[in-house]
Design a protein around this ligand. Sequence first.
Ligand code: C5P
Length: 407
Amino acid sequence: MIQLRGKKILLAISASIAAYKMPELVRQLIKAGAEVKIVMTPAAADFVSPLALSTVSKNEVLHTVHEANSWNNHVALGRWADVMLIAPCSANTLAKLANGLCDNLLCAVYLSATCPVLVAPAMDEDMWEHPTTKQNVARLVGFGNKIIPVGHGELASGLVGAGRLAELDEILAHLEAHFSTVPKLLSQCSALVTAGPTYEQIDPVRFIGNHSTGKMGIALAEVLAAQGATVTLVLGPTSERVTHPGVEVIHVASAEQMLLACSNVFPKMDIAIFAAAVADYRPENVAHEKIKKAGDTLELKLTKNPDILKTLAAQKSPNQVVVGFALETQNEEENARKKLKEKAADMIVLNSLRSPGAGFGHDTNMVSIFQNDGTVQELPLLSKTETAKAIVQTILTYRNARKMFKD
Ligand code: C5P
């Protein structure tokens, strides 16, 4: 988290149950080299201890406009900070900020802050969905504040829905993206990535799937986004999460849905990487009712799925780079070269199953990149993020060598 080193972060905490997560966020910010000062609403202290926060931040925590005989200078705080992060931002605080109310220190700091402001709302789903909250969020966006999208899941009410505070790694990723100063090599670029398995329905309760987790494709999408690309990730069913705010995720289940989602966006893409483990076949007929147990055997007739990579590579323009993946268990190199030709891809990334750390579910991978000019680049066993960085670097070099740019 190189971006956060030396950064001054003003964390503003309001009264939401998610406030209990803030000492851990502060700990991670400090670990990343940031300096953290904290303001909180008086009611937030019911959810998280100021003592815990001052201990982890190594700074005094402020929650009133004046203490004893001294005045807490809210103007100075807003000027000190490189960024103000309001997390969690309750429905009440959101409403106050949207309307310029100033009846506590947090609101006073917000109103006088000259630094950029990131807001991470947290509330119950019904409050989040209320038109007033939507209007308040829109007002904050209109003021130039960035909203860190709420998560979906278990809520304090016991209900499940939208409104959870974004996960801490997502908040950190938003802060990182905010401070990102790396020269953005792909800032003019659009990229499509497919990832994860596909589920091909047999009946309402069963499907044909595979062990892909989507980790490699997600790593590629995040590395592309970190380089400034506008990324669309078409993602099959997985429990893996995508944290980079620059990645738009389209969730799909089957190969046909994946093809449709990809076909809609492919023409405007500069780079397309097909890392999904797409089922080659799907049941010819999907049963409307659950198939009942009957005889000792059951025959399922399968029909071929569309080859997404092949279909779209056939439509590619000279300025588009198309990259496929191959997972082979025998004659690996020969098959990778064959695939490169048959699918008319610019590159095929061959996954080796020979290395213990490579393949499905692992956080590491060992790949070779076959280019259509015959070049082969063998990479060692690396983390999936490092592998993704190397693949993206190879794509960049390939585009530069061929001057594949938009006018
Ligand atoms: O032919 P094979 O499945 O080995 O090819 C793998 C490559 O083709 C991967 O990039 C995969 O994402 C893509 N593929 C696809 N649609 C299919 C099958 C594979 O896009 N139906």
